[in-house]
Each structure stands twice: as structure tokens, then as C-alpha cells.
Ligand binder design. Sequence first.
Ligand code: ATP
Ligand code: MG
Length: 194
Amino acid sequence: MRLFAAVLPPSERLDELGHVVDRLHRLPGADGLRWTSRPGWHLTLAFMGEVGEELLPELRVRLARAAHRTPPFPLRLHGGGHFGRRALWAGVAGDLDELRLLAERADAAARRAGVAMDEHRRYQAHLTVARARGEAVDLHPFLDGMRAFEGARWEVGELALVRSNLPVSGVRGEQPRYEQVGGWPLAGSAGQPG
Ligand code: ATP
Ligand code: MG
């Protein structure tokens, strides 16, 4: 199954972002973008791709350990950015050091469980709200709309394991796009080395 580790913001925080994204939907050019489905909004920590069933027990043990070593930390959705002309996203602010550490621990957990992880580029926390459909869309008006966004803060308290069901062409709405298949509480104490 296709898996990734993520932070799932609480629904109130996603609603705040939703209000901003609703406004972006009304801008010229919005139809040229593929808007991500709102119930699936997430902050990817570590993308694993296809993971064999036989690796799951060990993966779960190691992710639990990664969560256990990490203290809960504050985060808020903040501003936005883009990856080239491909993706438009909301950014985050708050304890980004702890977020990056959690991402590194999730990556290491997967690696040690035997998942073949890509060598990662520098971790850039983001929540993808839209992707280009193919033809180039000028993202500037959308970026202007995202930049002023400031969400309320919340306390990240869980490391989530999410299954991604890629859409099967010709079949619609058969299964959820993303499904949470695991979750472990962050249980480290602040100020202690991980
Ligand atoms: P789609 O691929 O249909 O556009 P998606 O990208 O949301 O949808 P997945 O490809 O399963 O679905 O990816 C799940 C999450 O992991 C997304 O947040 C995606 O941006 C991220 N992701 C996918 N591939 C990678 C990768 N190689 N490196 C880092 N993150 C990735
Ligand atoms: Mg993808």
C-alpha cells in the first residue's frame, strides 16, 4: 500500500484555511488548477510510497518510538508558497525545529523498518492546496491570496500514518483518497534530547 507519515491539523484550523481557499476558487484561472480535497488536507512528514504488508508491524513499532521521543509542539498554518508552476501550498510557522525533527524521525523509522526511502531534499513543510493540471497557470494571484493567511495555533500531539489510494481511472468515489491507518501520541518531554 502507498503510505506516508503526516501531521493532520485539527478541522477548525483547516476550516480557517478553507475560507481563504474558497476565495481563491473565484479568481480567474482557478479552473486551470486541480484543487486538493479538503478532508484530505495534511502536512506530509515522510513519503514512503509502496510499502509491503510484511513491513507494517516493524514500521508501526518504529513510528510509535519516533512519536514517543517527540514532545508536543505548537504550529500554525501561515502564509503560502509554490513549487515552480506545479503546486500551490499553505505554509506553517511555530516550532519548525521540532516539526523537522519529527519528519527526520519518521523518515529514519521507515528506513529502519526496511522501506526504501528516497534521498530527501531539504524538508519544506507545506500543505498542498492546488496543483497545475498541465497547462501553465500564473500562480501569482493565488499566491497573493495565500500570503496574508494567518491561522490560529494548535498543539501537534500525534504522528499519523496515512494510506493514499490513487484514483483508479474510470472508477469514481469508491474509496477515500486518504485514510488514516495509524496514529501515535507525541510523548517526549520538552528540552530533553531525542
Ligand atoms: P496525486 O499524486 O494524485 O496528485 P497526492 O500527491 O496527494 O495526489 P500521493 O502521490 O499519494 O498523493 O502523495 C501523498 C502525499 O505525499 C502528498 O502530500 C504528496 O505531496 C506527498 N508526496 C508524494 N510523493 C512524494 C515524494 N516523492 N517526496 C515527498 N513527498 C511526496
Ligand atoms: Mg503525488
